[in-house]
Design a protein around this ligand. Structure first.
Ligand SMILES: Cc1cc2nc3c(=O)[nH]c(=O)nc-3n(C[C@H](O)[C@H](O)[C@H](O)COP(=O)(O)OP(=O)(O)OC[C@H]3O[C@@H](n4cnc5c(N)ncnc54)[C@H](O)[C@@H]3O)c2cc1C
Ligand code: SF4
Length: 507
């Protein structure tokens, strides 16, 4: 092993969490190094090719994880920018009540140790950085905002304009889905058909590489090393401070030292890394005297819903412009429990149906895909201590996803189907997502006010270590029922500001 240089701050992972911290530290007097296991994603024809992305799984990681002993290849993507290279650009704030305790049919969604008001200015900053397009004042569950959206919403295409009208005629309040794409006057988005789950070939998607990492790298104090995988965090003899990380870069293994470490490897990998770094002072893994690391894994209860009209072709190019939150907190009846949200999904094409509908002839899959309007129903997954990421003796990740709140999700999907039939689509099919879809992973290193029941304080600093911060969706104590990236960005920008002003001592 060779020893590398010493840095003031080492950030592990270049997704929304790591990227936001790097963005906040750019231009400070700290030497910052971002370590990213993946490469910069190549801009190439295959970016927009459903065969390459869905059938050949060109960009999916080659990890083998286990679900209660069963091996599987998880839906993980290791690139500079992390999962946002593939995300659907839906950038929603959590609802104000999502930060408080909420009773669900199968248990409690716990309160966060911070309130919506603590994050509100950071939500506004995150929306500006990501260039979010939206329209306030329509979503019935929208939290209070100090600012409008930076840009007007993506306009609906004709098929969706008609559906919006029909949803309104059912008494619902469909709202324009906030999304981060560089569209409109001076924008370069081409409204291609390949946004959700595809990388953007022309860099028009507001992802963490384009909006956080690249801008941070314009400052000479921030360095990025792609292709470097952190294998272990090392503490000093007291166990109180992290002193270095052991990394692997191709065939080379070496150690990097720093004063402060920010772990942002994603909720599952960050938990696994802390568990793999167990040592004499911390036999249960680092940051884990509370025994919560790896527990409370959540990833939303989600279903894809295809609303099909046999005689209508859906030629929409950018479908993610509409969402419904009318039943987010319940169906309005006294004592009813939360159901969830419904939002448009990226356009489903024939290659995407080959897995779930392999038994159906290709021409039928093609006919379905060309006629469907595709939706995404999302309900809260509650934290359960046995829903858990562990590390096997061979170092591989094992997941036990203790699913919660499924009856509520099923009720929500049934209600969505009724709503969608009411928009004039007689055939409505649904398929729920399984264990290998880990897109909305969160909760595995929760923050809180009590070191006995949480791993991190409200600045995302590990209670057990003086210089370790964990800033990815692992800190979420609950998953709510909206997409996580904007909430992560808001808290990560806040933590980055804390590091810059309080830890590094820079303006
Ligand atoms: C297909 C898809 C669609 C989605 N759509 C939406 C959406 O529309 N809206 C929304 O809000 N959310 C969406 N999400 C979820 C959203 O993308 C994630 O919640 C968010 O990007 C998570 O950011 P993160 O920083 O926690 O982790 P990640 O994005 O996973 O970043 C972690 C980074 O760390 C790197 N890394 C991991 N281990 C190591 C290691 N040991 N050493 C060095 N580097 C390491 C990884 O390569 C990765 O780049 C979607 C996700 C997917 C996959
Ligand atoms: S819709 Fe726009 S932002 Fe999305 S991938 Fe296509 S060009 Fe890029």
């Amino acid at each position: 092993m060779t020893d590398q240089q010493h840095y003031d701050v080492v950030i592990i992972g270049s997704g929304v969490g790591g990227g936001s911290v790097a963005y906040q530290l750019a231009g400070s007097n700290a030497n910052v190094l971002i370590l990213e296991r993946g490469p910069v994603l190549p801009r190439e024809a295959q970016n927009w090719d459903p065969e390459a992305v869905f059938c050949e799984e060109r960009y999916k990681c080659n990890d083998t994880w286990y679900s209660d002993g069963r091996p599987f290849r998880p839906g993980m993507f290791y690139f500079v920018g992390g999962h946002t290279k593939f995300y659907g650009t839906a950038m929603l704030r959590y609802r104000e009540k999502d930060f408080q305790e909420i009773e669900h049919e199968e248990g409690i969604s716990p309160a966060w140790p911070i309130q919506y008001a603590d994050l509100e200015p950071w939500y506004a900053k995150a929306e500006t950085l990501f260039g979010v397009r939206g329209q306030e004042g329509i979503d019935p569950t929208e939290p209070p905002r100090s600012t409008g959206y930076p840009f007007p919403p993506m306009p609906h295409e004709p098929v969706l304009l008609d559906i919006e009208k029909k949803l309104k005629s059912q008494g619902l309040k469909p709202f324009p889905m906030p999304s981060a794409v560089d569209y409109g006057s001076g924008g370069i988005c081409q409204r291609c058909e390949n946004c959700d789950a595809f990388p953007c070939k022309i860099d028009a998607k507001g992802d963490a590489e384009m909006k956080l990492v690249r801008p941070a790298l314009r400052s000479p104090n921030v360095e990025l090393r792609p292709g470097v995988c952190v294998e272990r965090l090392i503490t000093d003899d007291t166990g109180k401070r992290i002193v270095s990380v052991e990394v692997k870069e191709g065939d080379k293994q070496y150690t990097i030292h720093a004063d402060t470490f920010v772990l942002s490897a994603g909720a599952i990998n960050s938990a696994a890394l802390l568990l793999r770094s167990a040592n004499e002072s911390h036999p249960q893994g680092l940051a884990n005297s509370s025994d919560v690391v790896g527990r409370h894994y959540m990833t939303h209860n989600t279903s894809a819903i295809m609303a099909v009209h046999p005689f209508k072709i859906n030629n929409t190019h950018f479908p993610k412009t509409l969402a419904i939150h009318d039943f987010y907190f319940g169906d309005g009846k006294e004592g009813s429990e939360p159901l969830g949200g419904l939002q448009l999904l990226g356009k489903i094409r024939e290659p995407m149906l080959r897995g779930p509908l392999s038994y159906v002839p290709k021409f039928v899959r093609h006919a379905l895909a060309s006629r469907s309007v595709d939706w995404y129903a999302q309900s809260e997954d509650l934290p359960h201590p046995d829903s858990r990421i562990t590390v096997r003796p061979d170092g591989a990740i094992n997941m036990h996803w203790h699913r919660t709140n499924l009856p509520a999700h099923k009720r929500w999907v049934d209600k969505c189907k009724k709503i969608l039939r009411g928009t004039g689509y007689p055939i409505v099919l649904s398929e729920s997502f399984g264990t290998e879809v880990v897109s909305h992973q969160c909760g595995t290193i929760r923050f809180g006010n009590d070191p006995k029941t949480s791993a991190l304080d409200t600045n995302c600093k590990a209670w057990d270590h003086d210089n370790l911060y964990v800033v990815d969706t692992s800190f979420f104590p609950s998953s709510a029922a909206v997409n996580p990236a904007l909430t992560l960005a808001a808290q990560a920008l806040k933590v980055g500001h804390h590091l810059r002003t309080e830890v590094i001592g820079c303006d």
